[in-house]
Structure formats: C-alpha cells, structure tokens
Design a protein around this ligand. Structure first.
Ligand code: GLA
Length: 380
C-alpha cells in the first residue's frame, strides 16, 4: 500500500518503509504515570511510512490521510499549528538531532487505518513509526527503550501532551498473539500469551475525546497531590504504585474524598493488573473478564473518566452471548471500549453491540475484531 502511494506522490518507490500499529490497553488504566503496571497489546491497525533521502537539508512530509504536505528545514524544527499532524514527525526528528544523531533531508509519506482521536494511540503510532523510519533511513542505532522514550518525549515536550509511556511502549514492542505486561517504574516487561479461545473486540463510541486533555492533566495532578498528602502521614512514598489498599486505608484521613477516590482507583487497578497477568498465564479467562469489569467500575466511579456512551457500550456488551469482560480503554471521556469475547461469538457480538448502541444512543459505533500484532520495533 505505502509503496504505491509513495510512488504516486514522489514518482519513485521509497528507499525504506516502516510500519507502526495502534494499541489497545487490556487492563491497567491511568496507572502508567503513577509508576504502575499496564497490560496493552498492539493491534492490527497500522500507520505505514515510506521515505527516501534528498540531497538537501529539508524534510518534505506528506500525510496520505489528510492529503496535506509540509516542508521544513532540519536546521530549525519548530512546531506547526496549521499542520498539526506533522508535529509528531517534527518532534521526533528534533529530539533525534538533539541526541547527537545525524539526519539528512528526506521525502516522507505516511498514512494508515488507526482511527484518530479514538483512544487507540494513533499519535503514538506516528511517533514510534517516525523513530523506526529514521533509524532505517539514517542508519541510527537506538535500543528499543531509548527509541520509546524519544517517541514519548516528542509527545510530552514538542506536541505538549502529558502522556505516560504505555502507548509508545505498546506501539513499539507489542507482539503477535501476546499482551505486553509492563512495569512503568523500571520499564521491565514480559509477554503474556493471549488464548486463541478469545478475541479482543474494540468498540469505538464515536465520541471524540474532547475533555481528555484537560481532565487527564487534572487526574495526573490529583495523583501527585495524593502522594504528597500520604507523605504527611509518615508513609514515605514516591508514587501510588508503592502502596496497597491497606496502606491507603491507614492514610485515608490525610486525603480529601476526591483524592481518596483517585488514589483508590490507581492502587486497586495495579492489583487488578497483577492478578490479570496470572489469570491469563493460567488460562482463567473468566476471572480475567471479571477484572475488566471491575476496572471499568473503578474508572467510572472512582477515577471518573468514563462518559455515558462508554458506560452504555459496556452495559450492552455485558448482555451479549460469549462476552467475558468489557471496559473503557485509554484515557477516557470518549474513545473506545475493549471487550474479551469467546472467538466463535465475536462476529455476532460485534453486530449486536453496534445495533443496540445505535438504538440506545443514535450513534454509530465502529467495531473492530482485533488481532494482537507486532510493534514497530519487532521484526516480523
Ligand atoms: C492515554 C495516555 C497513556 C495512559 C492512558 C491511560 O492513552 O497516553 O499514557 O496514561 O491514557 O491509561
């Protein structure tokens, strides 16, 4: 696909190509920026990149999805608010150069089928894909974690979105038929097999994540405040990852009602991820499903990042045959739910949920039956 598109745009085939998937988080929500645990998977929806070198110092970039193009000099890479799709690429190239890597002019084209603003990390897919592309085109060697950190830095410090590290990690190092269990404190990870008995079904609510940015930052600050307040009780902690529900109970007089709720979500969610990994490893998918449901309730009631449409999607999902678990996934306030459904029931599930959701809300859900796939830095 990208080869033909590139040829159409630039007249020759690309010298290098890269491919980067979106991701879905199975469990472990709003835990990454609390040094906690997450369990995402890369999905079989990707952004593809093609590139060839130029003889000057300019990057010419073409977005196939926006049918729009930009040109910028590597000598002074600035943010471009008129072509915001290009900022992920700009940020990555800028930080690669700042890290001492030598880049050169290039013609780049990219596009794909990861839905935007749907909570499936299309931006992380572009950042990680841009790093993978630059590594190939300019023969740069980076270890995967360095590449992932750089991609995240582009999002945090160039695009100015304060995300954690989960998305870039999953887009880079997800693996076929596996979930990725990541400890966001020391970035150690391992793969957990996903049973062929089930399918991951993602339902996009059709609600763009309007509040996500501002509310995300509020949650992040509330978690920091909770840690500071807990510290006043004599429990020296750096993050919510370091405490369990009993510690939280003891420290609860130091916390306002709202901070207690936020902290309770994060602490209980970390516990759920650890249990979920064990469940997957011993094939107890029913128990895994129950943890997904508990995660949704905690995100809805304690962390308060769900919305009516996501709650409706989860409720409808749980009424269907063959469903083991359902929850909102990603930052919240719109975007998607993730569902674990027995393989045979996945297609009828997808149809029934779409139909029921339309009836209940008047909105069209987009439903994807996903395969866990390889990340941009994992060889096929
Ligand atoms: C967004 C962020 C991630 C993570 C999730 C919530 O996707 O980019 O880093 O914090 O929200 O789990």
């Amino acid at each position: 696909m990208i080869k033909q598109s590139f040829r159409k745009i630039y007249g020759t085939p690309p010298e290098v190509i890269a491919r980067s998937p979106g991701r879905v988080n199975l469990i472990g929500e709003h835990t990454d920026y609390n040094d906690g645990y997450v369990l995402p998977a890369a999905i079989d929806r990707t952004i593809e990149f093609g590139a060839r070198r130029r003889s000057d110092n300019f990057i010419h970039a073409y977005s196939i999805d926006f049918q729009d193009e930009v040109e910028f000099s590597l000598d002074a890479i600035e943010k471009d608010n008129h072509h915001s799709w290009s900022n992920y690429l700009r940020g990555v190239f800028r930080f690669l150069q700042e890290g001492g890597h030598r880049l050169a002019g290039a013609d780049v084209a990219f596009g794909g089928n990861v839905p935007r603003e749907a909570g499936l990390s299309s931006s992380a897919a572009v950042e990680v894909g841009a790093v993978a592309l630059a590594m190939k085109l300019f023969e740069i060697e980076l270890d995967p974690v360095e590449a992932i950190r750089l991609a995240r830095r582009a999002e945090n410090e160039f695009v100015n979105v304060p995300c954690g590290i989960m998305d870039q990690f999953a887009c880079a190092l997800g693996k076929r038929n596996r979930a990725l269990f990541l400890d966001c404190r020391d970035l150690s990870y391992r793969y957990v097999p996903l049973s062929g008995r089930v399918k991951i079904v993602v339902c996009y609510s059709g609600v763009r994540r309007a509040l996500a940015a501002s509310e995300y930052e509020i949650r992040l600050n509330q978690c920091r405040q909770a840690v500071a307040q807990i510290g006043t009780t004599g429990l020296a902690v750096k993050s919510l990852r370091e405490i369990d529900l009993t510690d939280l109970e003891v420290a609860s007089p130091s916390l306002s009602e709202i901070l207690l709720k936020r902290a309770r979500h994060v602490v209980s969610e970390n516990g759920r991820v650890l249990k979920a990994v064990k469940d997957l490893e011993r094939g107890d998918l029913e128990s895994f499903g129950r943890l997904m449901i508990a995660s949704h309730e905690s995100l809805r009631d304690d962390y308060e990042v769900s919305c009516r449409e996501l709650d409706v999607l989860v409720e409808l999902a749980l009424k269907q045959q063959g469903v083991l678990g359902a929850r909102m996934t990603g930052a919240g306030f719109g975007g998607c739910t993730v569902n674990m459904v027995l393989a045979d029931a996945a297609e009828p599930f997808a149809e029934a949920v779409s139909e029921d959701y339309k009836k209940a809300t008047g909105l069209n859900a987009e439903v994807y039956v996903c395969e866990a796939s390889n990340g941009a830095l994992v060889a096929d």
